[in-house]
Ligand binder design. Structure first.
Ligand code: OFO
Length: 164
């Protein structure tokens, strides 16, 4: 496999692994804060990011490259509130989208059309994840400090985590 593309895919493996840990830290914080719906949502999201990482690991190995399993930086343990965690989630997804876009550019520069094709799945996934994070943040902003609204929001997230 093209060594520049292999290096970039390995960097992406690390980013997906960190995203998984980061959302796991958010899940744990939410669980300890009594926000069970948010916790379920974040546990599920953390699993998804691990799946994104595994998909890359398998692709690199199948294409004759060597997937590097990274050590992962410790994510924060404490968050301020719901708005804080979803703002951070959106910011993180935006940074992941930027690195996916860089990967697309690199594949084109290196004429690696197979990886280019593979990475399109991540392009669509990022689009969905950013849209979801934005719509959740909009709701949180609407609710403001209304406790009843917050309770309902958390319940709704629990249902969406169960369905997804
Ligand atoms: Fe949502 O980050 Fe993976 O791709």
């Amino acid at each position: 496999m093209n060594s520049k593309v292999e290096k970039a895919l390995n960097a992406q493996i690390e980013k997906e692994a960190f995203a998984s840990q980061f959302y796991l830290a958010m899940a744990s914080w939410a669980e300890n804060t009594g926000l069970n719906g948010t916790a379920q949502f974040m546990y599920a999201h953390s699993d998804e990011e691990r799946f994104h990482m595994l998909k890359l690991v398998k692709f690199v190995n199948e294409r004759g490259g060597k997937a590097a399993i990274p050590s992962i930086a410790k994510p924060p343990m404490d968050f301020k509130n719901l708005e804080d965690i979803f703002t951070r989630l959106l910011e993180h997804e935006i940074s992941v989208t930027a690195s996916i876009n860089d990967l697309v550019g690199l594949c084109l520069d290196e004429k690696d059309y197979t990886t280019h094709n593979f990475i399109q799945w991540y392009v669509s996934e990022q689009l969905e994840e950013e849209a979801l994070a934005r719509s959740i943040l909009d709701k949180i902003k609407l609710i403001g400090n209304d406790k009843g609204g917050m309770y309902q929001f958390d319940k709704d997230l629990e249902n969406s985590a169960i369905q997804s």
